[in-house]
Design a protein around this ligand. Structure first.
Ligand SMILES: [Zn+2]
Length: 508
């Protein structure tokens, strides 16, 4: 539709231009000195005779239509938004049933719209890119992947950690799409065989975003990854994260402490970032506006007006440790450190946690009890670690069963054996069935499972004594920690997820 309109605009402008030329010609004929070359005189006399009232009328109409049509096209360009009536999703959304359904419906709606734009013989690439980026932001996507394959270009979004296909873009228009991205991000158009990096600003109703562009040559053409850095992102509520009530109460109590360190462990895609931001949001809400919260991140992906955010830049020598020291000079009450990767950051965070700051951070470790030995291996003093640490949390995301169609399902002998070896009772569990709401998959959204190790005097002694992780795990369980597997099995027993999902993400 828009492509058709822009074509009409072009024709109308051309017609208006021709009539203008005729008018100028006739003006020259009337007012030109007698010495004008005979050929020119003849040409303009011919033009004047053609200037009948009918031609003048159609010229005026062409001008009016041209202006109106180009105005309409520019309006269409500014607001393509096929999902304008839907509330936009936050990239930090807790993917419950409603969010899962909204994501699916929005993907279908956007895919249909984009296929419509792309399927014309001469697709309007500007409109296509606008709608694609606008849709990505409305869906709360973190990345857009444009990947050329033999049959066509696959375009997918990463939405709440999961890769979702949007459409296959016609192969023949792939170079034009890449050129549009290169123009937007001021990259070299003719360079086709070398990777290029850039960025461009993009604004939507959801506020401005910065799109980081990475172009990589492949055997089928240039592939593009677009990373979306957002401003004004809505924080998830801590209470909506799926913590069992007793654990949530305990966690909220710990977040009220004036000082100490809380570690969140989990692999990439385990929902750590969502958890940490939700915790910071809870702190701001419960302690009030005067509480100063600072973050040190690599990179800052979500710009939250409530916090002072600092981005590390390892290439330029600005590390987490340096960032943390600079931030400490500003004397915030609460600091979120994106990740502890090196001994220096570990030690600085521990010291900060012992001197009047509450530190929230993440670390790569397999379990809540595994965090301590990971830090001791890094060279953090066990005594300081034991004094500073308030709690460690380990988390995993599991697919949630569709509550509308799940059904009791027998478990396999292997599963019985695995439960048995973990000291857990077997019994009735649930499995996926499939219905309209879950699009036949039996699953709808995701939920997190958690284990939380609260540092008690007995745990402190164990850390000081540098006991191995399995021993520390036993002590923590004796002190009341429900381990990840048991926590997951509890959720599976109530039908939130399947036993298979729990075994898949927890292992063991
Ligand atoms: Zn269902």
């Amino acid at each position: 539709m828009t492509a058709l309109m822009s074509k009409a605009t072009r024709w109308l402008w051309t017609l208006a231009g021709l009539v203008l030329v005729a008018g100028v010609g006739s003006f020259i004929y009337r007012h030109a000195p007698q010495g004008l070359s005979p050929a020119l005189r003849l040409g303009s006399s011919y033009l004047q005779s053609a200037l009948s009232p009918l031609v003048l009328l159609s010229a005026a109409m062409a001008l009016v239509l041209g202006v109106a049509s180009s105005l309409a096209t520019s309006v269409a360009r500014r607001a393509p938004a096929p999902m304008a009536k839907r509330p936009a999703l936050s990239p930090l959304e807790v993917v419950n049933e409603d969010v899962a359904i909204a994501v699916r419906e929005m993907l279908v709606e956007l895919g249909q719209y984009l296929r419509g734009v792309a399927s014309t013989p001469d697709p309007d690439i500007i409109v296509f890119m606008e709608a694609l980026m606008d849709g990505a932001i409305r869906l709360g996507a973190s990345d857009v992947h444009i990947h050329p394959l033999e049959a066509g270009t696959r375009i997918a979004f990463r939405v709440h950690g999961v890769l979702e296909e949007v459409l296959t873009f016609p192969r023949e228009h792939h170079p034009r799409l890449i050129n549009r991205i290169k123009v937007l991000s001021k990259l070299t158009l003719y360079k086709l065989d070398k990777p290029q990096d850039g960025h461009f600003p993009f604004s939507t109703q959801e506020g401005p975003a910065d799109i980081r562009v990475s172009i990589l040559p492949t055997n089928h053409g240039e592939a593009v990854a677009l990373r979306i850095a957002r401003t004004g992102v809505q924080l998830p509520r801590l209470a909506a994260l799926g913590f069992p009530q007793a654990l949530l109460d305990r966690y909220q109590q710990l977040l009220g402490l004036p000082q100490g360190v809380i570690f969140v462990a989990g692999a990439t895609g385990s929902g750590k970032t969502t958890s940490l931001y939700a915790a910071l949001g809870y702190i701001k809400e419960s302690r009030g506006e005067l509480t100063r919260i600072a973050t040190i991140e690599d990179p800052v992906e979500f710009d939250v007006p409530l916090f002072a955010q600092t981005q590390v830049n390892a290439e330029q020598g600005f590390t987490f440790a340096q960032g943390l020291r600079s931030v400490l000079r500003q004397d915030p009450n609460v600091i979120m450190v994106g990740e502890i990767r090196d001994p220096e950051t570990g030690r600085t965070a521990i010291q900060a946690g012992l001197s009047g700051h509450l530190i929230l951070t993440t670390i790569h470790a397999n379990s809540a009890s595994g965090v301590f030995n990971r830090l001791i291996e890094m060279g953090v003093e066990p005594f300081l670690l034991a004094s500073a640490t308030v709690a460690t949390i380990s988390q995993r995301l599991v697919r949630a069963l569709c509550p509308h169609c799940r059904a009791p399902s027998p478990i396999s002998p292997e599963e019985v054996a695995r439960l048995d070896s973990a000291g857990l009772a077997s019994g009735t569990f649930y499995g996926p069935v499939g219905c309209k709401r879950c699009a036949g998959s039996g699953f709808l959204g995701r939920t997190a499972i958690y284990e939380m190790l609260v540092v008690t005097p007995a745990i402190r002694d164990a850390i000081n004594a540098k006991v191995p992780t399995p021993r520390l795990q036993e002590i923590a369980m004796r002190e009341g920690m429900l381990p990840l597997l048991a926590a997951g099995v509890e959720r599976a027993r109530t039908g939130v997820t399947t036993l298979r999902e729990v075994f898949r993400v927890v292992g063991g």
